[in-house]
Write a protein that binds this ligand. Structure first.
Ligand SMILES: C[S@@+](CC[C@H](N)C(=O)[O-])C[C@H]1O[C@@H](n2cnc3c(N)ncnc32)[C@H](O)[C@@H]1O
Length: 422
């Protein structure tokens, strides 16, 4: 573990532009601190204070007294990694992964799964609090993932340089140190099998991704591997996944939900929360390769998917070729939604599943005018979700329920389903 600290440089540049909060501290990477762990921050790390400087403690749980080693001194915080835990939390468990801490990909393997779900619920609740329109809502229990490990269908590996040339792994978010990974426990087994075949053979590469259709076993590796690697097919443009009996072709560049089994559960949840009964017009904003459009098509009269990526729309059209009530518009959501307003379309329901930055205000304004009876927001970012829900509530919708969903066990990431009524 000592090597983790050698490469750490003081004051590495980050996006923070405020005052230098750590200027007075005489600290270097590797120094040991004794700390009391406080609440989690948005990175999913327990926090503390050293004089007036914020500290994050990877691998700690709020309430614990710990020793921690300095990994990096930023201008806005000191990043540390837990060492000895003097007063372990009742929620502490032994991390299963041999790389936990050294690799920063999972933040919460040291926390029992039930408590992970509760923290995620609290994170969503906290994100809603700044808004008068949202704060009264009682956030539901987090929907657990069917699998706590082995659930990810998509991995993006970094390839090492120098002594680690050709080796696959991940980079630690704070130390930026490369960590060789021979098995990642949150990945589907078939991703680990592919990793095993490629490990140590990736000279001249910097990164590669492996995606698997969890229900089809179809594996793609991107980009094209060096010619001498002949036993692992690579460079194919698309792979195929199957969800609830429907086939989806997905371009290597396109988004697909990373936890296929949990996707199946949220579709059931969405049908029930939206009260879809087989008729009415449903608009699917930010529809990607048509996942929700296709899976919800049996529960609606007409579905209109809107997506800006040309290749995702091309796949969406193929994915919905076996149903006759779905159509797609290739355009930015904010522009296409305005067009629907101008066309005088009447819609009953909308599902909106934007990227992390959330929705364009014009898309939300168009929804106000389209005035569906129900809107389901699917979001992987509680902060932008709350901002957008507030805008919708101030334009006349009412937030009626919020359900966090665990798509990403062992990590700080949380997905949410939020239902609004007109
Ligand atoms: C979180 S993904 C959701 C995809 C889909 N709902 C699914 O579950 O697979 C967000 C999608 O929004 C698309 N996107 C991003 N900005 C957009 C915009 N302004 N207008 C339309 N689509 C956009 C991305 O290409 C991506 O496919």
């Amino acid at each position: 573990m000592a090597g983790l600290f050698n490469m750490a440089k003081r004051k590495r540049r980050n996006r923070y532009r405020g005052p230098d909060l750590t200027a007075e501290l005489e600290l270097d990477a590797g120094d040991e601190l004794t700390l009391k762990a406080g609440e989690f921050d948005e990175r999913g790390l327990a926090t503390s204070m050293l004089d007036s400087a914020p500290v994050t403690i990877a691998g700690a749980i709020p309430g614990e007294n710990v020793s921690a080693k300095v990994v990096k001194v930023y201008r806005d915080r000191v990043a540390t990694l837990v060492g000895e835990v003097a007063t372990p939390s009742e929620h502490r468990v032994e991390p299963r992964c041999r790389y936990f801490g050294e690799c920063s990909g999972c933040q919460w393997q040291h926390i029992d799964y039930g408590h992970q779900l509760e923290i995620k619920r609290a994170m969503v609740e906290a994100a809603l609090q700044p808004y008068e329109t949202l704060r009264e809502i009682e956030v539901g229990e987090t929907l657990p993932s069917p699998s706590q490990f082995g659930y990810r269908n998509h991995a993006r590996f970094t390839v090492g340089r120098g002594e680690e040339n050709g080796v696959a792994g991940f980079k630690n978010a704070d130390s930026r140190r490369f960590v060789r990974i021979d098995e990642c426990l949150i990945m589907d087994d078939r991703i680990n099998e592919t990793l095993g075949k490629l490990q140590g053979r990736l000279d001249r590469m910097t990164q590669f991704s492996v995606r698997v259709g969890a229900n089809t076993g179809d594996v793609i590796v991107q980009p094209l591997l060096p010619a001498e690697i002949q036993d692992v097919p690579s460079g194919r443009q698309r792979y195929v996944e199957e969800v609830r009996g429907a086939k989806f072709q997905v371009a290597a560049s396109s988004f697909f939900q990373v936890n296929t089994a949990q996707l199946e559960s949220i579709v059931v949840e969405i049908v029930s929360m939206l009260g879809l009964e087989g008729d009415g017009t449903l608009v699917d904003l930010y529809c990607g390769v048509g996942t929700f459009a296709r899976l919800l098509s049996p529960f609606a009269g007409r579905v209109i998917g809107i997506e800006e990526s040309a290749s995702a729309v091309a796949d969406a059209r193929v994915n919905c070729a076996d149903v006759d009530n779905v159509e797609f518009i290739e355009a930015k959501a904010e522009l296409a939604a305005q067009d629907l307003v101008e066309a005088g379309l009447e819609i009953d329901c909308a599902i909106i599943d934007p990227p992390r930055i959330g929705c364009h205000p014009q898309a939300l304004e168009a929804l106000r005018v389209l005035s569906p009876q129900r809107i389901m927001m699917v979001s992987c970012n509680p902060t932008t979700m709350s901002r957008d829900l507030d805008l919708l509530c101030r334009s006349g919708f009412k937030l009626v329920s919020v359900r966090p969903v665990d798509m990403f066990p062992q990590t700080r990431h949380v997905e949410s389903l939020a239902l609004l009524e007109g």
